[in-house]
Write a protein that binds this ligand. Structure first.
Ligand SMILES: [Zn+2]
Length: 217
């Protein structure tokens, strides 16, 4: 049962402005690396590692909270839902969906980054572009902004891996909804809104960085 004010939202919580600030800082860091200014890149990546971002992500992806999720428990997904046995798209098809979506979360609109570029940043600046095993050891913005493909109809509820059922999602929107359907959490269908496409590239500009063994720390 949804609250009486449902349904009318695109995501669980309004994205905090620091997500956008962090995306700008990471883009500037990428530009600095491309210009050979590692010291400035290091400073910018450090500035993007904001605790408030980790707290926001944890609120959405953490324990079920009726005030955030509008649900009291995850659904019990039974045998009536037959999981699709299709493979997930190839990496090139996945990339095409991110480009289609303007490297933005189709739910909350947050600009996201390519996971392989996140890895590249970590290889260049391992001490500040942190990527450890535990959440606490991960750079807050690199984690929050990592692009992934989200099933609009959850896979466990019968959704397929067809590209029409897949949209770009940020970390909070990907892991906050889990197995709930859009209707259960009162979300608009993100496919009803055209994606925003502009010069934002998900940090793929970093693919121009020429790597040599001497570059890597
Ligand atoms: Zn999102």
């Amino acid at each position: 049962m949804l609250p009486t004010h449902a349904p009318a939202r695109r995501c669980f919580l309004t994205p905090i402005p620091q997500l956008s600030s962090a995306a700008n800082l990471l883009a500037s860091a990428a530009d600095s690396l491309l210009a050979g200014d590692t010291a400035n890149a290091r400073q910018l990546v450090t500035g993007a590692d904001m605790p408030v971002i980790a707290a926001y992500t944890a609120l959405v992806t953490g324990s079920v909270n009726p005030l955030v999720h509008w649900q009291s428990a995850m659904p019990s997904v039974g045998a009536e839902f037959e999981r699709s046995a299709q493979r997930m798209p190839s990496s090139s098809s996945e990339r095409a969906i991110y480009v289609r979506d303007g490297w933005r979360c189709r739910y909350c609109g947050t600009r996201v980054i390519d996971r392989s570029m996140r890895t590249r940043l970590h290889r260049y600046l391992p001490d500040v572009a942190r990527w450890g095993a535990r959440n606490a050891d991960k750079h807050a913005a690199l984690a929050a902004l990592s692009a992934s493909l989200d099933h609009v109809i959850p896979h466990s509820r019968g959704g397929t891996n067809d590209e029409l059922n897949l949209v770009t999602a940020c970390n909070a929107c990907q892991f906050g909804r889990g197995q709930w359907t859009l209707e259960e959490v009162g979300f608009f269908d993100p496919r009803e809104y055209p994606p925003t496409r502009d010069s934002w590239d998900g940090l793929t500009r970093l693919s121009r960085l020429v790597t040599t063994s001497n570059d890597l720390q």
